[in-house]
Design a protein around this ligand. Structure first.
Ligand SMILES: Nc1ncnc2c1ncn2[C@@H]1O[C@H](COP(=O)(O)OP(=O)(O)O)[C@@H](O)[C@H]1O
Ligand SMILES: [Mg+2]
Length: 384
């Protein structure tokens, strides 16, 4: 309320106030949000990230957002500015500032050119795992997607299973093996794995894109599979293979009241959805929606929301399931906190099929990030 009613000249003063307020509102309306898009990264999923970022640049509403590219080279070097990846190929993006890691943190805190929000579009380790999210927390800048804890928990297949189990959510029988346990007694580990029943899947705990994963059908294949997985992590998960596997995925969007999309299905071109089937051999199919009964579809949506909450997700995640195609038994496989985000990726396509087009999805994610940041800002940081 203005103080106009308190003075004789209040009318004029009030009028001025109102004019100033209108002008202010106009400034607020025309000021575009500066959205830093961090992409690339030190991971095997560098190229997927570049493709995801290119789609985001193409679809961010230019009347409302100014998109600022922030590229992480495979070497780990940060590059602020330059052209968006839609313009140049991944290998050619111009360098304008090679000291950008510090610049990003500094611009978030003090610069008049500060970024209003960051959209990290990094898949796999050093991006999807909470490391970049930690940097953004320190810089006190809002960012899209899951926070540090959810990102780290969603990256670790062993921790994730523990969280699912603690909520009574369905997971496959599995064991977790640390490198020192394997070195101390590989025979005992092999015995425990056999009890799960072959085939088993052997996976590094913290990775993605099926890198380092083997399907083991015979005892002789077990040791090489374990050794391969230990090249990528000191922790390995061995899990029972789901027979007649169907792979169902749901997209989740929201903070405190998350929603789940209709379920989709992957039909891999190979024996399982390995690295080749994901990125090299184009024969894998996405079925949207997945051919499920209405009852099955609603069960997947319910479980997707529960899984998202189990890892304390915020913003977005894609929740992946394994279903026994014969018995219909459902198992939670994993939560991907930064799923592929190209216009032909499962996450945006599931939302499109559920009534949220790609540009609207970007708006929603930005709004959710601002909401979560504001909530955190309102917390007390001192005890007096
Ligand atoms: N327990 C399992 N039963 C059957 N297939 C599995 C099992 N675990 C993994 N797979 C197959 O391996 C693929 C990759 O495993 P996943 O755990 O999703 O790893 P990533 O995080 O690398 O995607 C899955 O998409 C699926 O095709
Ligand atoms: Mg997967």
């Amino acid at each position: 309320m203005s103080g106009a009613a308190l003075t004789k000249t209040g009318c004029a003063v009030g009028g001025l106030h109102r004019k100033a307020e209108l002008a202010h509102a106009k400034i607020i309306r025309v000021k575009k949000l500066r959205v830093g898009v961090i992409y690339g990264g030190r991971s095997g999923e560098h190229e997927v990230s570049v493709a995801s970022a290119a789609s985001i640049f193409r679809h961010l509403d230019r009347d409302r957002y100014e998109a600022v590219p922030i590229r992480i080279e495979k070497s780990g070097q940060w590059v602020l500015g330059g052209k968006a990846p839609e313009v140049l190929s991944a290998a050619e993006v111009e360098t304008t500032d090679t000291n950008a890691l510090q610049s990003v943190a500094a611009s978030a805190a003090v610069s008049p050119e500060r970024l209003d929000i960051i959209f990290p579009v990094l898949h796999g380790p050093y991006g999807e795992d909470g490391t970049v999210q930690g940097l953004l927390e320190l810089a006190d800048i809002p960012y899209v997607g899951c926070g540090v804890l959810a990102s780290a928990m969603g990256m670790d297949k062993a921790v994730m299973k523990t969280l699912f189990a603690s909520r009574g959510l369905p997971i496959v029988p599995h064991i977790t093996v640390l490198r020192h346990e394997w070195v101390a007694g590989s025979r005992a580990v092999a015995d425990r794995a056999r009890e799960l029943g072959f085939p088993v899947f052997v996976k590094p705990a913290n990775l993605g894109s099926s890198v380092g994963i083997s399907k083991v059908k015979l005892t002789a294949e077990f040791t090489p599979a374990m050794e391969l997985a230990f090249e990528f992590d000191r922790k390995v998960v061995v899990e029972a293979g789901v027979p007649n596997t169907r792979e169902i995925e749901c997209a989740v969007l929201g903070n405190d009241s998350p929603e789940a999309s209709i379920p989709g299905e992957i039909v891999p071109s190979r024996e399982f959805y390995d690295y080749e089937a994901k990125y090299i051999d184009a024969g894998s199919k996405l079925l949207i929606p997945s051919p499920l009964t209405p009852k099955q579809a609603s069960e997947f949506r319910r479980l997707a929301i529960e899984a998202f909450q189990a890892v304390e997700g915020s913003g977005l995640s894609r929740v992946d399931f394994l279903m026994n195609g014969e018995t219909g038994q459902i198992f939670l496989n994993e939560v991907n906190t930064l799923p592929g985000f190209t216009t032909i990726s499962m996450y945006p396509k599931l939302w499109e099929a559920s009534g949220i087009p790609y540009p609207v999805l970007l708006d929603r994610l930005i709004a959710l990030a601002l909401e979560r940041h504001a909530e955190k800002q309102a917390l007390r940081t001192s005890i007096r």
